[in-house]
Design a protein around this ligand. Structure first.
Ligand SMILES: Cc1cc2nc3c(=O)[nH]c(=O)nc-3n(C[C@H](O)[C@H](O)[C@H](O)COP(=O)(O)OP(=O)(O)OC[C@H]3O[C@@H](n4cnc5c(N)ncnc54)[C@H](O)[C@@H]3O)c2cc1C
Length: 568
């Protein structure tokens, strides 16, 4: 007898699971229910619809061959039934039924042999006073997208405040500023943007970049209240100031929508997501779950993790579809690879940040470097900033993050390492990672290999590097007699700084260092800097060879300092 499959939720996970399953078992009965009227859309495209990059909202719902993915499409093309505006209200695991409620209030029990939870997530509710005012929106679905876009198109938005500087908040900040010229302010409770995703150093570069494009940031600030007029928001009050706003976007995170599963007695994890195994089975083997409503194994920490990512939801949906048809597909877990475009630059990463790695108990360090993403002689090239998080002792790579202006080049580098993380690569694996090369695409020693080499040198104590934050700290203390700032670039590069800071900025090009070693004091800490960190590393080796051991090199050099927006 043909199987009965019921799927709850039809955006990324649910529709993918249904399509995959029907390809393998065309005779089976599949009913997909969703409480919304719009299903199977690319929510990740919302910021680009709001910006205007995607001109028509229906493009987020069409296939690559321009068919709208609605009930008719799934019936005629994919061969299964979709019931929209239909809410699943109860699951009876003994009877193996799902009670659904239709728009008109009537209900029906749907029997299942296999059931799928693809109920996704909902925006976190911070319960801020005044949050019910008009023109305060989350960005959770296409309805939100339409409401936000229509306000903008009607010219009703001059000042927007975005609460939360995670990837959705930042994408929305770009969308509002870039295309619409709206005065956009981002309020973030933490002391950096993308908290938990990248180090403070990379975050600082991205913040500086976005500030240059007109977005204003208020970090380490929390929103206390929204006030309005005629039911519409007018002001956002933080613990430090009041900001004008005729649009507020709440991007403060999401939480798994797992109550229905919990009420049915399924196991729910510490982050509120449904617990699943590698086959995406819940604690009941006839019920699967995936996407934003589920937790998966973090492939580095070995703990459960909540990664609300469309990429993951799609892969999980396929695993579920295969297994419902009697297959044995698995998804071991994830490392949370992400990328976000911020105007002309991008932030990307995978695995653990240094902060998180230390919190997890790893004896971790991180190295930063900056290098050209293509051959230095090729006309189009850009600097890429990468950070590798490694465990001392084992030399295991725990994570990689980066910031750069060439998004495709950057995401390629991040993916090459992030995709390896589950195999527990060491620094040596990264140094020797085989990567394709041609001058328009890379350097002969790719930036990723170079990053591995920097980490190797660091672990072998061949150099002592400092990041931009530490350099800033030293520079603020420049009157300290114990510090000696030494620029090891060619004289024309160093000269403007020597003229500006005659007492503090010294120059000896690296190729002259050995000859002019008497000019280097032996009783001070030498802070070495060059353009990107290559010559200061060489200079460090020279100084050590000559017995001057107390020196540090700025990893990423002046390029990093400039990207930080440091006033020097
Ligand atoms: C603005 C934005 C940008 C994003 N950008 C990216 C990105 O660049 N990269 C990336 O990887 N991810 C991105 N994401 C995340 C990605 O969109 C989600 O991870 C993905 O949509 C999750 O899919 P899902 O099917 O698990 O859940 P959802 O998309 O949340 O869908 C769940 C569906 O289930 C329905 N439902 C819930 N409960 C019931 C019930 N009881 N009965 C019936 N129906 C129910 C809901 O109405 C909803 O339609 C972005 C998300 C947003 C909002």
């Amino acid at each position: 007898m043909a199987k009965n499959i019921v799927i709850i939720g039809g955006v990324a996970l649910g529709s993918k699971a249904a399509c995959r399953f029907k390809r393998l078992e065309p005779e089976a009965n599949v009913i997909l229910v969703d409480q919304d009227e719009i299903i199977s859309y690319g929510g990740c495209g919302i910021p680009f619809y709001v910006s205007g990059d995607v001109s028509d909202i229906s493009e987020l719902r069409t296939t690559s061959f321009h068919m709208v993915r609605d009930e008719k499409f799934f019936r005629d093309v994919k061969g299964f039934e979709v019931r929209t505006a239909t809410r699943a209200v109860k699951v009876d695991r003994e009877k193996k039924t799902v009670l659904v409620e239709y728009k008109d209030g009537t209900t029906e029990e749907l029997p299942y042999d296999k059931l799928v939870f693809g109920t996704g997530s909902r925006p976190r509710n911070l319960g801020i006073k005044g949050q019910e005012l008009g023109n305060i929106h989350a960005v959770a679905n296409l309805h939100d997208a339409e409401k936000i876009k229509s306000l903008i198109v009607k010219g009703e938005v001059e000042n927007a405040v975005i609460v939360g500087a995670g990837f959705i908040g930042l994408e929305m900040a770009e969308a509002l500023t870039d295309m619409w010229g709206i005065e956009t302010k981002v309020v973030e409770f933490c002391d950096q943007i993308m908290p938990g995703f990248v180090s403070k150093g990379l975050a600082e570069m991205a913040t500086h970049h976005m500030t240059g494009q007109g977005v204003e940031f208020f970090l380490s600030e929390s929103v206390q209240e929204f006030t309005g007029e005629d039911g519409v928001v007018k002001e956002v009050r933080t613990d430090k100031r009041t900001l004008e706003a005729d649009l507020v976007i709440m991007a403060v995170g999401i939480q798994p929508r797992s109550e229905l599963a919990k009420d049915a007695g399924l196991e729910v994890g510490p982050m509120g997501g449904i617990v699943v195994n590698e086959r995406m089975e819940t604690s009941d083997p006839d019920i699967y779950a995936g996407g934003d409503c589920a937790e998966v194994l973090h492939l580095i920490t070995g703990k459960t993790a909540f990664f609300p990512l469309g990429s993951l939801a799609n892969r999980e949906g396929r695993v579920i579809g295969t297994n419902m048809a009697g297959g044995n597909a698995t998804l071991e877990g994830a490392v949370g690879s992400f990328v976000v475009r911020l105007f002309e630059s991008s932030l990307a990463g995978g695995g653990l940040t240094l902060e998180r790695a230390r919190k997890e108990g790893y004896d971790a360090v991180s190295v930063q470097m900056c290098q050209l993403d293509r051959a230095h002689f090729y006309p189009e090239k850009d600097l890429m900033f990468l950070e590798l998080v490694v465990e001392q002792g084992t030399r295991r790579v725990l994570g990689i993050q980066g910031f750069g202006s060439s998004g495709d080049a950057m995401v390629g580098r991040i993916n090459s390492v992030a995709g390896m993380l589950k195999f527990k690569p060491t620094v040596d694996d990264i140094s020797n990672l085989e990567l394709a090369y041609s001058p328009p695409f890379a350097s002969a020693m790719d930036v990723v290999n170079a990053l591995g080499n920097v980490a190797d040198n660091f672990l072998n104590q061949l150099f002592e590097g400092i990041d931009a934050e530490k350099f800033q700290e030293y520079w603020k203390d420049k009157a300290n007699e114990g510090l000696f700032f030494l620029d090891c670039r060619a004289l024309p590069d160093a000269k403007p700084f020597m003229e500006k800071y005659p007492e503090h900025w010294h120059s000896i090009p690296q190729d002259e260092l050995k000859r002019r070693i008497d000019e280097v004091p032996r009783d001070k800490k030498i802070v070495l800097i060059c353009n990107t960190g290559v010559r200061s590393f060489e200079a460090q080796l020279n100084l050590r060879e000559l017995g001057i051991g107390d020196n540090v090199s700025v990893q990423g050099g002046m390029a990093l300092v400039k990207k930080w927006g440091m006033d020097i």
